[in-house]
Each structure stands twice: as structure tokens, then as C-alpha cells.
Design a protein around this ligand. Sequence first.
Ligand code: FES
Ligand code: FES
Length: 177
Amino acid sequence: MNMMAPQSATPVSPVGLCCYALTVNGEAKEVTSYRDTSLLLVLRNELHLNGPKYGCGLGECGACTVMIDGIAARACVIPAYGVRQRAITTLEGLGQRDALHPVQQAFIEQQAAQCGYCLNGMIMTTAALLRAHPCPSDQHIRSALSGNLCRCGTHQEILCAVKRAVQLCLQQPGTQP
Ligand code: FES
Ligand code: FES
């Protein structure tokens, strides 16, 4: 009987860094991090994707929201190593500069920002909501966005933007990431 411990498939350096692949915005990316390094830090510092913002770093403000397998998730409290087999979407993967995602388009049309720091997380949470629920009620929208904080108090404009996004998504089926 072989009493040796099973070998990890992930190369680990002597100082504990792991080399592995993440699927981000439809592309496989090689990254190196500690096992407990957050997805947010890997996305921003290794892959230079600055759509997810660093707000609280505690999973409480929503500024860092990305989609993991189409579901909104807080990248600051999820180890990147733990989502190796999952599909990660950041704001950069939602639309292109010349072909905006309907949610991006709606937020611009409604001018739903002051400083804008919360906006990327709001957009990602909205996109995930509309993937699962194409016609949410006002109450459903408020509930879905209740964990995304906006210090500038633009909640009413954001609600209008989400409702506009609902219209645009229904007019442009097939645009969901
Ligand atoms: S930075 Fe992730 S929830 Fe605040
Ligand atoms: S627009 Fe400033 S935090 Fe929301």
C-alpha cells in the first residue's frame, strides 16, 4: 500500500505560491497567488482588470462584485484559487466600448452615478439579476441591490437605470454574458 500523501495537481513554490489557471471573461489566464489570496486582488493586480473595485474588503459593500458562473459574487472575500474551475466575468467582459451591454447602456442613459465608485458593482449585480429574472419587480430589484452600497445616495437613479436595463434586455435578447 502506498502511504505517500497524494500529490497536488497545482505547482506550489517553496514559499507557498500556486500557479494555476482561471477562466476570466471567456479566456484562460495563468496566475500565481497564495491559496488564500482573494479573487479581487488577483483580478486587479495580476490580470489588471480594474472593473471590480476595492471598497471594504470585507464582503459588505458590493464594489468588487463579479459574476461567477453567472451569479453575483463578492470577489474580495473569495479566494481565487477556489474558483479555478468556474467562469468568472468582470465588468470588462460584460460589453465592449462600441457594443455596450444593455445594463451598461441603461446606467449611462440614466446618468445613475455621482462619484461612480459603486457603479461597477451595481452593474454586475444588475446583470446577474436580469440573467436569472428578466422582469423583476421593484421590490425584487431593491432586494437584489440592497447589499450594494452607494455613499452618494443615487439609489433612485440606479433603480431607474435597472428598469431601463430591463427594457433594453428584452429588446436585445441574447446579450447576456
Ligand atoms: S470590496 Fe468587496 S464587498 Fe466591499
Ligand atoms: S455614486 Fe458614489 S458611491 Fe455610488
